[in-house]
Design a protein around this ligand. Structure first.
Ligand SMILES: NC(=O)c1ccc[n+]([C@@H]2O[C@H](COP(=O)([O-])OP(=O)(O)OC[C@H]3O[C@@H](n4cnc5c(N)ncnc54)[C@H](O)[C@@H]3O)[C@@H](O)[C@H]2O)c1
Length: 321
């Protein structure tokens, strides 16, 4: 069932890279007073804080989370609170507690209250043995704790659907590129940092090698895909929380070249660090035909369009025009 006008929506992780933009997008489509932005310690972006209701809670505090949901009488949850790949390698136990423990709490409440749920996965579910273009169905053997939690999350979501009939949906986001909110400690953060450095310093030292190729997506497409999946008729879906979602795939050097064509004098050097090993374990691209077939997914931004849009928005914000 698509989200109804009167539904009350909760976004966890609302201070994050995706949450910031998703809350704003939801408040454009639904009454702003019905979209609650939940955060923990990182403060909300000013326009998110000012534009509608918010709540403070930790997803590992089951009682506190249930209270927020009850207080706001929530029908639909976009569960974005998580620890990402780099943070997950720094503290694997915490990553498990937040990503799997937190998800369990959210799933239990969704079952009790018959809520609809969006819970994203990631290309981090794949591992070094995944084919270069990751199929929808393929063995999942990630080598990061973040990836392990995302595989567990997909299976948990599927279990809650099979066992309790919970309407839970999700996509395997690729690396997401955006300018409104900073990224939260992922391996693909270089694809954002490079823009800021290009405009600020005219140069960037990239933490993955020039030949590193990864699946990427512009945030506009990610938000459109998220809302598109949540709007799809439930009966049309054979998959639930594990849709591959593709848009573009480029090498780090392709991105640097595209920026150099638009920022005169920009240079990029390369000093791969520990994040290179994580990047190496992920595929180059994904086969997203299930998302295309089951709910009509189609991306709008390729590399050139994304670079134009990023630079335009950042130049505006940084006052370099
Ligand atoms: N951004 C990407 O490129 C990307 C790619 C693939 C998947 N994803 C997934 O999308 C979701 C959102 O990612 P994001 O990039 O917005 O992440 P982010 O790190 O920017 O935001 C996550 C937010 O969750 C909050 N959080 C962390 N622990 C919490 C806890 N215990 N209780 C409550 N809040 C907590 C953080 O404070 C942060 O504001 C995650 O599930 C992530 O795995 C993101």
């Amino acid at each position: 069932m698509p989200t109804r006008e009167q539904d009350r929506i909760l976004v966890t992780g609302a201070a994050g890279q995706i949450g910031t933009e998703l809350v704003l997008a939801l408040r454009e489509r639904f009454p702003a007073g019905n979209v609650v932005a939940m955060y923990r310690s990182t403060p909300l972006a000013p326009e998110v804080a000012a534009g509608g209701p918010s709540a403070v809670s930790d997803v590992t505090d089951a009682k506190g989370y249930a209270q927020v949901v009850a207080e706001h009488d929530i029908d639909t949850v976009y569960h974005l609170a998580a620890i990402l790949s780099v943070g997950g390698e720094q503290d694997p136990k915490k990553c498990w507690e937040v990503n799997v423990g937190g998800l369990l709490t959210v799933l239990e409440v969704a079952h009790e209250r018959q809520q609809r749920l969006f819970c994203p996965s990631s290309i981090a579910v794949f591992g070094p043995n995944t084919p270069a273009v990751a199929p929808q169905e393929t063995p999942l053997h990630p080598t990061t704790m973040y990836g392990v939690t995302k595989v567990a999350g997909e299976i948990l979501c599927d279990y809650w659907f099979q066992r309790y009939g919970v309407d839970v949906r999700g996509v395997r986001y690729p690396g997401l590129i955006s300018w409104k909110a900073p990224p939260g400690g992922g391996t693909t953060d270089y694809a954002i940092a490079i823009f800021h450095a290009a405009l600020r310093d005219g140069s960037y030292e990239c933490f993955v090698s020039p030949a590193t190729r990864l699946p990427m997506m512009y945030m506009d497409d990610a938000i459109r895909g998220t809302l598109g999946l949540m709007n799809a008729p439930f009966k049309a879906l054979n998959h639930h929380a594990d849709f591959n979602l593709g848009a573009m795939s480029f090498k780090a050097s392709d991105l640097a070249d595209a920026i150099a064509q638009r920022v005169p004098g920009f240079t990029c050097s390369y000093a791969p660090d520990a994040r290179q090993a994580i990047a190496n374990s992920w595929p180059d691209a994904v086969d997203d035909s299930a998302a295309r077939d089951e709910w009509g997914w189609s991306p709008r931004f390729g590399l050139e369009e994304m670079v134009d849009d990023m630079l335009e928005n950042l130049r505006h914000g940084l006052g370099t025009e």
